[in-house]
Each structure stands twice: as C-alpha cells, then as structure tokens.
Design a binder for this molecule. Structure first.
Ligand code: HSE
Length: 306
C-alpha cells in the first residue's frame, strides 16, 4: 500500500493577524509513503525545493514527523520509503516547515490505518511545530483563525466569499536568509496599548474584506504595528518593495509570515506588481523569485494509491 499526501503552502499573519491568522495558497508539496522490508531503514528522496539542503535519511523533518506518529501509536516502524516532491521554498515565509510536519504525520497515520483523527494530527502538529497560523490553514484549507486557550489550540475556518473568485497572491521571495527564530527574537516583549488597538481593529476588517471580497477594505486594513515595523527594515529593499507593490496596483501588501517574502494581493494576476517589487529589491542588490499563486479553499489531502 502507498499513501499519497498533498500539503499546501500558507501565508501567516496577513498583516495585523500576527500569530493568529493564516491563509492557504495554491502551491503544494507532495509525498508518497510506502513500507518496505528493510526493517528500520528510512529512505527519503527529495525532488524540487530544498534538494541540495534537505537530508535524505531519517534526519529529514518529514521522516522525523512520521516516526513520531509511529512512536505515539505504539508501533515500531518497519522500513519506510518516502518520496517527496517539494514546491514550497524553504525558509520563505510560506509555511514549508509546517507542511513538512503535516506531511510526515499524515503519511505515517495513513500507513497505520488512521489511528489518529485529523483533529488529533492538527493538535500534534501545532504542538510540535509551534505555529498554528501556518499549520492550521495547511490542514484545514482557506482562511483560518487560531487561538490558544488553556494550552489548547482552537482553529476555525472563516468564510471567504467564493463567488468573488479566489484572490490572487503575488509572493516575492528575496534571496535573503531571515530565519523565523531571528525574526521573532527582534520583537519587543511588550507593546503600547495604541499598537494593540491598531492591530485589533484592523484584523477584524481584514477577515471581513476577505469574506466579502472587498479589496479596497483589504488595502486599508492590512497594516500592522506589532511585527512588520521591526522586521521589514532588516530585509534589504523590503520597505521599498512593499510600497512599489502597492504603487503598481496591488490592493494590499504584507510580509508573508515572518518573511523574508512579501505577499501582494490583487483581484487578478498582474505581472506588473511582481516586476515593480523585483525592481525595488534589485536596488538593494537582492535577486528574487516570484510566485504567482491563487488562494486555496482546500487543505491537506491524503489518498491511498494502491
Ligand atoms: N506568526 C509567525 C511569526 C510566523 O510571524 O513569527 C509563523 O510562520
């Protein structure tokens, strides 16, 4: 039996929804899981993103997540072959580590005949990965809000207005290392009440703009005072690229997750937006990769392929 797993990219924060909101993007990692007779041998093959960096053995994050599920299920892992096709760039702010965590957990759960429910997998993945704002939309699909209450995570899909058509996202990824840990360490531990109010008031309107498809409202509301002011200045060219995207016609531009990529939302694809942002990063001597993506209302998918 083989298990095929598809997990999407996600963009967290959406400006003011720091650590709370995330949205699924139409860019998918895929992996195929199969038990083998080589007991205890974990063979991982990687194609696509991260091919030069990712370990192709049991040190691989997908293999580690799979082994955790075997362990929690009280089963010993037979030999395992995992073939990965990665499309989500690593360390980009598009949820690659959450995708890896979910991929491994869902693949192993599938091979074991689903001892854990989807809800349990989601909880485990959030506890292990630590970022509900990427993990939850990757699992559930669409726009997802998460809270932590008494050490429990509650994640809920919020409505987005399908008949406005999916909103287009231009993700511009500069060639710049900006690990999430570094990006979090920069943030102050306390904030002014005015800054909290700035974000609280706007995040509600971001969800409303996405529900109604009101792109003008999205542009007004997608601003942040809790994380972007500390992060953007450290990514060369990012402040200018954010402005350039808006000047070129994007409805709203924000840091995608903790960065370094920026995400520009527009009613439809328009290459002018990515080109303008690329030019701004070029003045800071950074090359970029541009991803023209739809948003997705589907989350992770597991199928038995024979
Ligand atoms: N919300 C997190 C942050 C990113 O901005 O640090 C989750 O990937």
């Amino acid at each position: 039996m083989k298990i095929h797993v598809k997990v999407p990219a996600t963009t967290a924060n959406l400006g003011p929804g720091f650590d709370a909101l995330g949205l699924t993007l139409n860019l998918w990692n895929e992996a195929e899981f199969q038990c083998t007779d080589d007991s205890d041998q974990i063979a991982v093959s990687v194609q696509g993103e991260g091919i030069e960096k990712l370990p192709q053995n049991e040190e691989n994050a997908i293999a580690q997540a799979a082994l955790m599920i075997y362990d929690l299920a009280g089963k010993s892992c037979p030999g395992l072959r995992i073939e990965c096709l990665n499309r989500i760039p690593l360390g980009s702010g598009m949820g690659s580590s959450s995708a890896a965590m979910l991929t491994g957990m869902l693949g192993a759960n599938g091979l074991l005949g689903n001892p854990f429910t989807d809800e349990e997998i989601l909880k485990l993945a959030i506890e292990t990965e630590g970022h509900p704002d990427n993990v939850a939309p990757a699992m559930l699909g669409g726009l997802v809000a998460s809270i932590v209450h008494n050490e429990r995570v509650f994640s809920m899909r919020l409505p987005t207005k399908a008949n406005h058509g999916p909103i287009h996202a231009t993700v511009v990824l500069p060639d710049f290392e900006f690990p999430t840990q570094t990006a979090r360490a920069l943030l102050p531990k306390t904030v002014e009440r005015s800054e909290a109010i700035f974000n609280l008031s706007r995040v509600v309107l971001v969800t409303e703009a996405l529900r109604t498809g009101n792109m003008e409202l999205l542009g007004i509301a997608m601003k942040d005072s809790l994380h972007q002011p500390y992060r953007l200045p450290l990514i060369p060219g990012a402040i200018d690229a954010l402005k350039a995207g808006k000047d070129a016609g994007a409805s709203a531009v924000a840091l995608s997750g903790a960065g370094p990529s920026l995400i520009a939302f527009s009613p439809k694809e328009d290459p002018v937006i990515g080109a303008a942002m690329e030019a701004a990063f070029a003045t800071a001597d950074l090359d970029v990769r541009i991803f023209e993506l739809g948003t997705s209302y589907e989350g992770a998918e597991v199928t038995i392929v024979g």
